[in-house]
Write a protein that binds this ligand. Structure first.
Ligand code: MN
Length: 389
């Protein structure tokens, strides 16, 4: 039963039973291909925002007309906008037969009722449904019954961030002058001037933390019972504070896991991803064990690897953060008198000279990349001055 309105037709579906019914795809693309592919189709439904996206992709053009939204317009005091309730109010209620098409026919009867009772054409109904109504009231929630234009700003903003952007309530809010909002164009952050983070955890950093916490569980900082995890968290924090990505932050949590625990590259990659595993690998100096009792050899290999890295290598920020945290922690516990300082360095298997060469070479190499945060490089430089001047 098509209703003419301009170039558009509304196609009522009748007497098809679900059991033998074609699939939506078959119905649209095979049996009625011409009606959908070449037409401006009006999708009439109760709560049409759910039905519309199913039909729209098959149509040359699709327009939605929601009988629930029209119900809100014409019956602002209705206790509910469920199909059955509206049908009863409008006197178009059908005797339920539990056929699949009962709802379709009821929705269609509602549409006919709205059109005839208000002497409106389908085009006028579409226009009306899409128009913003200054008298519209909240249909649900703690402010049910309040005029939408009078909603508290915080609540309105919460609604916008929670509801679908095509939701009727959101559409009513769109042009509410006091709320200065154009939903879907501005984000919540822009509307409230709230600063949003550069990135939000996707699960990578959580998985990296879990693996790091497990693998380093029995390790403590040298000379204290403080869990080694503090170093990993501090390095990750420095990475994030200086603009690092989630992957870099995750790599920071795991930067010592290959070197200091029994964990394989494969395991890191499986738990996180290849980018992170590669960064972790890049931050590790290969273990030489007994073959090289000279601690400088290990450091030299690390420095050579560092020098070879491209300036945009994402592992560099992790490496710099690691060195900053180590150097600052050492500088904080560094004694004031010359005697105590000599004693201090004797505790290390790599003494003063090697440590000095190590840190100054690191600083020079990292600084020469020209891509790392100057504030972080400066912190390394300051700590080096305290330790070796
Ligand atoms: Mn470290």
């Amino acid at each position: 039963m098509p209703i003419e309105h301009g170039a558009e037709k509304v196609h009522g579906i009748s007497d098809a039973m679900v059991k033998d019914a074609p699939t939506l795809d078959d119905f649209i693309t095979v049996q009625h291909a011409d009606k959908f592919r070449n037409s401006n189709v009006l999708v009439v439904a109760h709560n049409a925002k759910f039905d519309y996206p199913m039909f729209a992709p098959y149509c040359a053009k699709a327009t939605q007309l929601c009988t629930m939204n029209l119900g809100r317009k014409f019956y602002p005091a209705a206790p509910s906008y469920k199909l059955g309730v509206l049908a009863k109010i409008c006197g178009v209620q059908k005797v339920p037969t539990h056929r699949a098409l009962d709802d379709v026919e009821t929705s269609f009867a509602l549409l006919q009722h709205f059109a005839t009772a208000n002497s409106l054409s389908i085009s006028e109904l579409i226009e009306l449904e899409q128009a913003v109504d200054p008298n519209a009231v909240m249909p649900f929630g703690k402010h049910k019954g309040t005029k939408i234009v009078d909603l508290p700003k915080d609540y309105a903003i919460w609604l916008i961030s929670t509801l679908d952007k095509d939701d009727w309530v959101v559409r009513q809010l769109r042009n509410t002058p006091d709320l200065y909002i154009y939903i879907g164009i501005r984000t919540e952050a822009e509307m409230t001037d709230k600063q949003m983070p550069n990135w939000q955890p996707t699960g990578l950093i959580q998985r990296a933390f879990k693996l790091a916490a497990k693998k380093h569980a029995t390790q403590a900082n040298k000379g204290s019972g403080i869990p080694y995890l503090t170093h990993l968290l501090a390095v990750s924090s420095l990475v994030i504070e200086h603009g690092g990505t989630e992957e870099q932050a995750a790599a920071a949590l795991l930067h010592d896991v290959l070197e200091d625990t029994k964990t394989s590259y494969k395991r890191v990659k499986r738990t996180t991803n290849k980018n992170i595993a590669d960064m972790v690998k890049a931050c590790s100096s290969k273990k030489f064990g007994e073959e090289h009792s000279d601690p400088w050899i290990v450091k030299k290999v690390y420095l050579e690897k560092l020098n070879d890295k491209k300036p945009n290598d994402p592992s560099l920020l992790v490496a710099l953060s690691d060195k900053v945290h180590n150097a600052e922690r050492t500088a904080n516990e560094y004694p004031k008198t010359a005697d105590e300082q000599t004693k201090y360095w004797s505790k290390f298997n790599a003494g003063y000279d090697i440590q000095k060469l190590w840190y100054t070479s690191l600083y020079e190499s990292l600084n020469a990349k020209g891509t790392l945060p100057p504030a972080l490089l400066e912190r390394l430089q300051v700590a080096i001055k305290i330790l070796f001047n």
